[in-house]
Write a protein that binds this ligand. Structure first.
Ligand SMILES: Cc1cc2nc3c(=O)[nH]c(=O)nc-3n(C[C@H](O)[C@H](O)[C@H](O)COP(=O)(O)OP(=O)(O)OC[C@H]3O[C@@H](n4cnc5c(N)ncnc54)[C@H](O)[C@@H]3O)c2cc1C
Length: 380
């Protein structure tokens, strides 16, 4: 076993870190307050290969590994978790679904534009009545001649208002249960597809989240993504990989919150000494640093297994569960170490604290991760 990253991976980490420090750090609070994803950042992200990290070079992708992808997401999240979330949804949900299950023609049609950052990708599974129980969705797609007619509404969709390409999951045969669900790829501007309410969120505010409504939205038959009836099964596979990305995002956020707290602890003086001299503060730093390393190892291990072509349902859920929960603790301790200054916007601690909560909810809540892990352990 060799736990070291390769020289190329160390270089990748430095490159993404420098980019995030220069191009993202100065704007973090401005974008958070505006509650807008900064579209001007897209070409810069794309120039670095971050809009198509794992996709084949024939589609313009960077052709990197799952471990490399974790490094990229981690470094973005260390500086701005909301930008990392958008990059993760674009890469790990929308584009990944097309890359894994799209036909050659669909890949040629959609991936190059996604990878070049000309359009943002969105992925619509969740509905107001179907979150954890995603298979309970109401959105339908009914075959009419050469078209599928989609009706329904998707909730909490990252890039729902600003995405140029969206993968939408819908029921095509209710009688068949999980095997009666299919995926489709839709372009923004298709008649019958409109953006609904934009969510006013606690955190991750620079990442757009909104409803998407389908009213008799007619899609040509060639926009069925993957086989009819396989949409939900394919979705679970997309989530197996996507959850590793959210684990990496959690590790990066925790690292950012930890570093901010460590810097502050060395600067802030009380009782005539830096608060970093107090054992109570040192133990928080030590515990968080240890948990972050453990989460990073779980995350890289899941990614490494994927790179070897191994199915990682259990490992992905373990990484996502543990990394997101320790990130919540790191962000909480970060605020505590800042005292009152952790509660105001002059320091980064409060934003990590707001952003982090999404990570135990999105792409399956912690409760659902435990359910997935337990089912794997029990062979169900
Ligand atoms: C900022 C943001 C971005 C998102 N982006 C996307 C996106 O791009 N695409 C997309 O499709 N979705 C997206 N989502 C939706 C997200 O995946 C769901 O919110 C999540 O899956 C939980 O669903 P829910 O909100 O309906 O909660 P619910 O399923 O209603 O859960 C409520 C509570 O009940 C618990 N619970 C539910 N079922 C069980 C059970 N069987 N056992 C134990 N506990 C249970 C949950 O763990 C939770 O604590 C996003 C959400 C947010 C907030």
């Amino acid at each position: 076993m060799d736990f070291r990253l390769s020289e190329e991976q160390e270089l990748l980490r430095r490159t993404v870190r420098e980019f995030a420090e220069a191009e993202i750090r100065p704007h973090v609070m401005e974008w958070d307050e505006a509650q807008q994803f900064p579209m001007s950042l897209l070409p810069k992200l794309a120039a670095l290969g971050l809009m198509g990290v794992q996709f084949a070079e024939e589609y313009g992708g960077a052709g990197l590994s799952a471990v490399d992808y974790c490094i990229c997401i981690e470094e973005l999240a260390r500086v701005c978790p909301a930008i990392a979330l958008s990059v993760a949804a674009h890469n790990g949900l929308c584009s990944a679904h097309i890359a894994a299950f799209g036909s050659d023609e669909q890949k040629r049609r959609f991936l190059p534009r996604l990878v070049r950052g000309e359009v943002l990708g969105a992925w619509g599974l969740t509905e107001s009545g179907a979150g954890s129980d995603a298979a309970g969705m109401r959105t339908t797609a009914v075959r009419q001649g050469d078209c599928w007619v989609v009706n329904g509404a998707k909730t909490f969709i990252t890039h729902g208002r600003i995405g140029g390409v969206m993968v939408v999951i819908a029921v095509t045969d209710r009688a068949k249960g999980h095997r009666g669900i299919s995926a489709f790829v839709v372009e923004r501007g298709t008649p019958g597809m409109t953006a609904g309410k934009k969510e006013d969120k606690l955190g991750m505010r620079a990442s757009d989240t909104s409803e998407v409504i389908f009213e008799n939205c007619r899609l040509p038959a060639d926009q069925l993504l993957g086989e009819e009836g396989q949409g939900f099964i394919n979705t679970l596979q997309v989530l197996d990989a996507g959850r590793i990305g959210i684990a990496a995002l959690s590790v990066g956020l925790a690292q950012g919150a930890f570093e901010a707290a460590r810097t502050y602890a060395k600067e802030r003086r009380q009782f005539g000494q830096p608060i970093a001299d107090f054992q109570a503060i040192q133990w928080k730093l030590a515990d968080n640093a240890t948990r972050i390393e453990a989460a990073r190892l779980l995350t890289y291990r899941a990614a490494h297994l994927r790179d070897r072509g191994i199915r990682t349902t259990r490992e992905s859920s373990m990484a996502k569960l543990y990394a997101s929960e320790i990130a919540v603790k790191a962000a909480d301790d970060g605020v505590q170490i800042h005292g009152g200054y952790g509660f105001v916007k002059d320091y980064p601690a409060e934003k990590y604290f707001r952003d982090v909560k999404l990570l135990t909810i999105g792409e399956g809540t912690s409760e659902i991760q435990r359910l997935v892990i337990a089912r794997q352990l029990l062979g169900q």
